[in-house]
Design a protein around this ligand. Sequence first.
Ligand SMILES: [Fe+2]
Length: 286
Amino acid sequence: MEYTVKTLLKEVNSSYKHPGDERIRAISEHLIEQMYNTIVKFDVSHDEMWAFLKWMNELGKANQAGLLAAGLGIERLLDILADEKEKQKGITTGTARAIEGPLYVPGAPLEKKFARIDDGTQKGEVLIMEGDVFGPNGERIPHALVEVWLADQEGTYSIINPAQTPYNNRRKIEADEKGHYGFRTLVPPGYSVPKDSPTQKVLDLLGREGNRPAHIHFMVSAPGYEQLTTQINMPGDKYIDEDFAFATRDPLIVTVEKVNDPKMLAQYDLKEPYAHIKFNFTLHQG
Ligand SMILES: [Fe+2]
């Protein structure tokens, strides 16, 4: 059998014996065509192809496909498209969505109303964050679920980093009957793509950096409402406009208040001033 580029592409994309999944097949056909075009356009060599495949295997072994997707802006792209769909439907209110990122794990412990979510093994500036969960018409959502996850003082996440106590800085917090939630932790630092990782390898080749500015992730949900996945950014981080994952959004850059009122310190049994963030979430109707 002899093929040309055109006939080979046609053969690859039509060589199915049963329908498979129509949508996956259509996406795959398009991707394969783009790949062929790229290989032809750049005269990709055998060595380059094998180097790429070796790197793909390394990426998989390191569990970094999700990290790379964030770094290529793919998560932000999906958010932009979701925003556009909402706009077309006339939905313009609600808390801005932001990327989930690759470091979410399910199964965090459930606590009610207020929880201390750091395990107390690290030193840092105490952060109290609290707020209310609202629906689209300004109604409070009783018992909304606020799931939160953030990095420790070394910029790593529990479970992903097994050296941390399990579910450190990961919690599901059930808001009270007025939709109020709160938690205590430490002000998180920013973090970077792991050095010597397959993702960093490709960033080096692209002349890019892998920094994420300090942030805290959330998934907020309640029956009858659409789940919100978002994050808040700490203000003033030097990488706030250079996020590797392109996730910073202006409405999600919070204001941090320094609290040193002795009465407030006593309320949390603290001796040092702490950081306070008030942030309300607004969900859409499901
Ligand atoms: Fe993160």
